[in-house]
Design a protein around this ligand. Structure first.
Ligand SMILES: Cc1cc2nc3c(=O)[nH]c(=O)nc-3n(C[C@H](O)[C@H](O)[C@H](O)COP(=O)(O)OP(=O)(O)OC[C@H]3O[C@@H](n4cnc5c(N)ncnc54)[C@H](O)[C@@H]3O)c2cc1C
Length: 247
């Protein structure tokens, strides 16, 4: 029975479904929130992603992965897309796909990089740039579930204008501690000099964890590898560090 249920779940995840763009909102100058209506969407866990497939009039297809930015909400899914200069798919999704048009999605995909509420277990989230997207889904699910786990987020971005999801991250909720790391243009009043992530940036948050507490790291490959190395250098068991690389 368990194998049949698992097979059914996997089958649901690999079906391509029509996804109609119903809303586009800016996150910053180059990143957009896209909300799609996906009839028959089976639901998902925070941290999972979808494949998006575009088909041109001549039949040419392109597929890219995008993380789900919000907890499950019926047949609506929310993606966060960073427009990559000269990219084939992301500039089109971010700025050209008309509201009301369809793409195809399949998912939810990824069963490892997911957060499930566990009573009182502290959690550390580490994001680089657009790697904030699946971690934002975890922050929002944490809030919605009323979880008593303490969440710490260390979020590396170029400057204050590049921060995504500020409304969810800056609302003063006592269960969420956010530390912004600015690599290029810190906002006025910042006491940390602009720099890439270092062990000192992670030490306080890591010290608040239990040995078994999960750490989720997401972003460009170089950022993820650096952050994971810093965490193991601080004594974290590598088995507790879950990573997602955006390429
Ligand atoms: C599991 C998973 C989840 C992802 N989730 C998200 C998400 O939530 N939001 C999001 O914006 N992206 C996400 N990505 C990245 C996304 O799948 C695409 O790779 C990205 O949008 C670029 O696609 P493109 O067609 O525009 O660029 P391409 O035409 O594929 O690449 C163009 C150029 O950009 C470079 N490039 C490719 N990807 C990136 C990148 N991420 N950053 C900088 N340069 C890049 C390439 O090396 C190449 O030189 C995710 C990737 C994975 C594997």
């Amino acid at each position: 029975m368990a194998r049949a249920a698992e097979l059914g779940r996997l089958t649901v995840a690999v079906i391509w479904r029509r996804a109609q763009l119903v809303e586009r909102r800016p996150q910053n100058a180059t990143a957009r929130t896209l909300v799609f209506s996906v009839p028959g969407w089976p639901g998902h866990l925070p941290g999972q992603h979808v494949d998006v497939r575009l088909t041109a009039d001549d039949g040419y297809q392109a597929v890219r992965s995008y993380s789900l930015a919000a907890p499950a909400d019926g047949d609506r899914i929310e993606l966060g897309v960073q427009s990559v200069p000269d990219g084939e798919v992301s500039p089109y999704l971010a700025d050209a796909l008309p509201v009301g048009m369809d793409v195809e999605v399949r998912g939810p995909l990824g069963n490892w990089f997911v957060w499930r509420p566990a009573a009182g277990e502290p959690v550390l989230l580490v994001a680089g740039g657009s790697g904030i997207v699946p971690l934002a889904a975890m922050v929002r699910a944490h809030r919605a579930s009323g979880s008593d786990s303490a969440l710490s987020l260390v979020y590396s971005v170029r400057g204050g204008d590049d921060v995504w999801y500020r409304d969810h991250l800056d609302d003063g909720h006592p269960g969420l501690d956010v530390r912004f790391l600015y690599t290029r243009k810190p906002p006025p009043g910042s006491i940390r000099d602009p720099a890439r992530i270092s062990a000192a940036d992670l030490a306080d948050a890591a010290a608040g964890l239990r040995p078994s507490s999960p750490v989720y790291v997401c972003g460009p490959t170089g950022f993820v590898e650096t952050a994971a190395d810093l965490l193991t250098g601080l004594g974290r068991d590598p088995a507790t560090i879950r990573t997602e690389r955006f390429g």
